[in-house]
Design a binder for this molecule. Structure first.
Ligand SMILES: Cc1ncc(COP(=O)(O)O)c(C=O)c1O
Length: 449
């Protein structure tokens, strides 16, 4: 049987300044790396006890790291112990989830329940949508943009410069012409620039990748304004396709009053979210939903699996849909709403705390991504697992990040800064330009929202 961990992510571990060394690679990790190497010589297999002890050691490393996992949008606050026994089975959902397949150890009944839930969330009727559970945001984007390209084969892909790197990779993979659109201060797509680019390329249809939350600054592209811009430029609905990349925020916005609404009642072609981000699935996964009418052009009947092939990969995880199903069932709409509210409240708390100690911050509306200057010391960045881009860094305030962790982070950041900048003798780099304030000459930054 597979080794099943029973220790929980943050059980009883103190958050102390000294509890992990400030060095690049910790000794523990080097020790375990030596034990991990798999022998190339003839040998008997390792005993279960030895394997278990390696995993126990690795678990201890993970537990320590988990406490300071601040920079990436993965919710670490979960418990899937009920699903442990599923590791006794290989579950494979190859094929079209709505048709099932001849491989009987599948979980497509769970997958379809998950897809129905998202279809209802994004307001498309059961008999009008199609979708599947993917390996994550990138595969979902690969699918959504492929559907757009099949609908509009000579279309140009428009996407903002703040888009996730997968979008630019996809345009290369599909050999699609890709036009980068500039962004506003918040990081959302600049529709004035979009308009002039659309007018320059009026002869070709438009495939738009819309960011429902940019990776670095959590900016939300304005769907209504993008549709209005397309129409003003003379693009009728049969000449554009909109794919909504909602990796993190696609799962949050529906639970925030006043937030912009993603819905198939508007002229969109596909929407995606990542299951390992807000929902907290322990393995990377995602969901993509599109209009059923588009799928026929992509699909092919495959005799050996007695199903239809319309997905990017062949074999697909049968466990992932069950994790998503379990998370949705367990939290319910009220639970999801509470978690979203808590994350946004804690983001404001972090923003205020950083501001109080003299660190400039930016936090977009409806967002849990707090942006500030890149720490000078890479060890500090690694210690808190911050995500950096150029001169900026961010914390994504997910469910596992408590006020206590945030206080500890701010305290340590502030202490370290006074060392790096010699108690104010030197100033940190101005990040105004990095967050879109082109003409700002100040060295202390801005707060939005
Ligand atoms: C906006 C956006 N799209 C797509 C992705 C890619 O998701 P994945 O890493 O699951 O492939 C990310 C990941 O952070 C993202 O932020």
């Amino acid at each position: 049987m597979a080794f099943v961990p029973t220790i929980h992510a943050t059980d009883g571990l103190p958050i102390s300044f000294e509890s992990e060394k400030f060095c690049g690679k910790q000794k523990k990790l080097i020790d375990i790396e030596e034990r991990l190497a798999i022998s190339q010589t003839h040998c008997n297999g390792e005993t279960e006890a030895n394997l278990g002890s390696i995993i126990t050691e690795y678990l201890q490393i993970l537990q320590r790291r988990n406490l300071r996992n601040l920079g990436y949008p993965t919710n670490q606050d979960f418990n899937y112990d009920t699903l442990n026994l599923l590791l006794h089975f290989h579950l494979n959902n190859a094929g079209d989830p709505f048709l099932g397949s001849s491989f009987s150890l599948n979980s497509t009944v769970f997958e379809v329940c998950v897809l129905d839930w998202f279809a209802s969330l994004w307001e498309i009727k059961k008999n009008e949508y199609w979708g599947y559970v993917t390996t994550g945001g990138t595969e979902s984007n690969l699918h959504g943009i492929l559907v757009g390209r099949e609908q509009l084969p000579n279309g140009i892909l428009y996407t903002s410069q703040e888009s996730h790197y997968s979008i630019f990779k996809i345009s290369k993979m599909y050999r699609m012409q890709c036009v980068k659109v500039s962004t506003l201060v918040s990081g959302e797509i600049d529709c004035v620039n979009l308009k002039s680019l659309l007018l320059e390329n009026k002869g070709k249809p438009a495939i738009i990748n819309l960011n429902i939350g940019t990776t670095m600054t959590g900016a939300i592209d304005d769907l209504d304004l993008v549709i209005q811009t397309l129409k003003e430029c003379g693009f009728t609905e049969d000449r554009f396709y909109i794919h909504c990349d909602g990796a993190l925020f696609g799962m949050m916005l529906p639970f925030v009053k006043q937030a912009p609404k993603i819905t198939f009642k508007k002229s969109i072609g596909s929407v995606t979210i990542s299951g390992h981000k807000f929902l907290g699935c322990p393995i990377p996964c995602g969901v993509v939903i599109t209009r059923l009418e588009y799928i026929n052009a992509l699909s092919k009947d495959i005799e050996i699996i007695a199903s239809r092939d319309a997905t990017i990969t062949g074999s697909r995880s049968g466990h992932a849909p069950i994790f998503i199903w379990y998370a949705l069932k367990k939290k319910g709409l009220i639970g999801l709403q509470n978690e979203v509210q808590q994350c946004i409240m804690n983001s404001h708390y972090l923003k205020n705390r950083l501001h109080d100690v003299g660190i400039g911050v930016m936090l977009n509306e409806f967002s849990n991504i707090v942006i500030f200057e890149r720490p000078l010391d890479d060890d500090f960045t690694r210690r808190w697992n911050l995500a950096c881009n150029g001169n900026i860094a961010h914390v994504v305030v997910m469910q596992h990040i408590t006020i206590e962790i945030l206080d500890s982070f701010v305290h340590e950041f502030s202490l370290k800064r006074s060392i790096w900048y010699k108690d104010g003798l030197f100033q940190p780099l101005c990040i105004a330009k990095d967050i879109g304030f082109e003409n700002c000459a100040c060295s202390i930054h801005h707060s939005i929202s």
